[in-house]
Design a protein around this ligand. Structure first.
Ligand code: NAD
Length: 380
């Protein structure tokens, strides 16, 4: 079997979920490559060495540029903060590496377009890590929609709620809090959380035509960890938007880091002519399903426990009835990516697919500024 030498760049939260996926995948899935955890790269050398020891990487780098000339690296998995995705992905694709890149693809649409052109010109397999598509219950939702069970779709409703930035004493910037620094994150909840909701929505319900958004930055100034000075906060703390999909359905999306009591409440509900489906990350292995065509006396919401052998991905794990969790979505996305790389039939979201999400985010942020409906740019 062909060896696939892996380098992960960035060994924070996502570096860990991706490392875990490379460790586990061969134990549970038949993959077309022999995975070799070759190099972990982080500019914090001590952290990289500890990560290499814990997760079984053969070597450590502190600068991703060193990977450009390393012929022993086949795939680079970019788990860096948002403002570093583009430079690394473009250069590494040019050097012929397959690329997995964390979401959001880029800081904005134009930057994302350059990344799409780079991977397509280089002809390298590419994927953006919108992992929620690979939660088995979400994949099952996609299957039910594709089978036409919902019929015409009228409504899509999604939210992603957190509560971790409410304190005004929380600084912005630096290693731990780059998400609050607009120069590193690009945006606030729009690119961080709504991007996930948008990716799932585009996948399940097709393209979006236009959006009308409002955003708010509740705490306007915070001390910057790196400069020590109190600086303006440039990110959106909360965002809510309306959208019209090309299939005629109406949608509402909401995200905030100010919803006291919620840590990662990602939910969506879709209402169709014949059926509705709903999903909640906090109850991630269940898909709620309402089928109007059931006999009247039996009609009601079914709570499908997505753990059976005929549910997506589940036959590879334990026995029916036993659950898996968040981290498994990264194993599934890696499995799909590797199948695509080996067969030449890519599974999305490719960089090109993720550009559409980026364009929706751009339109949302523009609409929040203009207080008007804004069209979503088309990916050509
Ligand atoms: N798919 C998801 O559900 C999900 C969840 C969280 C984060 N993310 C995305 O993953 C990316 C990383 O987020 P995170 O939460 O892992 O961040 P993190 O802060 O936990 O980790 C980032 C790592 O990158 C390292 N780093 C920073 N600059 C570097 C450089 N120039 N060279 C090498 N290493 C460098 C840091 O030392 C740190 O270890 C972001 O784009 C984020 O949006 C995705």
């Amino acid at each position: 079997m062909k060896k696939l030498n892996v380098a992960i760049v960035g060994c924070g939260f996502m570096g860990r979920t991706h490392s875990n996926a490379y460790c586990k995948i061969g134990n549970f899935f038949d993959v077309p490559y022999e995975i070799v955890r070759k190099t972990i790269c982080d500019f914090n050398e001590e952290k990289a060495r500890a990560h290499a020891a814990r997760w079984g990487f053969e070597s450590v780098e502190t600068d991703w540029r060193r990977l450009l000339d390393r012929e022993d690296i086949d795939i680079v998995d970019i788990c860096l903060p948002n403002n570093m995705h583009a430079e690394a992905a473009i250069a590494l694709a040019k050097a012929g590496k397959m690329i997995i890149c964390e979401k959001p693809l880029a800081m904005n649409g134009p930057e994302g377009l350059k990344m799409v052109k780079a991977v397509e010109k280089a002809g390298v397999p590419n994927l953006v890590s919108y992992n929620y598509r690979r939660m088995p219950a979400v994949t099952l939702a996609k299957k039910l929609i594709e089978e036409g069970r919902l019929g015409r779709i009228f409504h899509y409703r999604a939210k992603f709620l957190q509560d971790w930035t409410i304190s005004r004493d929380l600084p912005q910037g630096g290693d731990a809090l780059w998400r609050l620094d607009v120069k590193v994150a690009g945006s606030g909840v729009t690119g961080d959380l709504l991007a996930h909701c948008i990716d799932t929505a585009l996948w399940l319900n097709g393209s979006m035509d236009k959006v009308n958004a409002m955003t708010e930055t509740f705490i306007k100034e915070r001390k910057h960890t790196l400069t020590g000075k109190v600086e303006k906060v440039g990110i959106d703390d909360a965002c809510a938007f309306l959208a019209r999909f090309s299939n005629g359905s109406l949608a509402t999306f909401e995200s905030t880091r100010y919803a006291r009591g919620h840590k990662a409440l990602y939910t969506f509900e879709i209402n169709g002519e014949h059926a509705s489906i709903a999903w909640d990350l906090h109850d991630s292995h269940r898909l709620q399903y309402f089928e109007h065509r059931d006999p009247g006396a039996l009609r009601g919401w079914r709570s499908i426990h997505v753990t059976d052998g005929d549910h997506p991905y589940m036959k590879n794990w334990w026995v029916p009835g036993l659950t898996i969790g968040y981290e498994h979505s990264f194993v599934h996305q890696l499995y799909d990516f590797l199948q695509g790389a080996a067969s030449g039939k890519p599974t999305g979201p490719t960089f090109r697919d993720a550009l559409e999400t980026q364009y929706v985010c751009d339109a949302v942020l523009k609409s929040a500024r203009t207080s008007r409906w804004e069209k979503v740019a088309k990916v050509r």
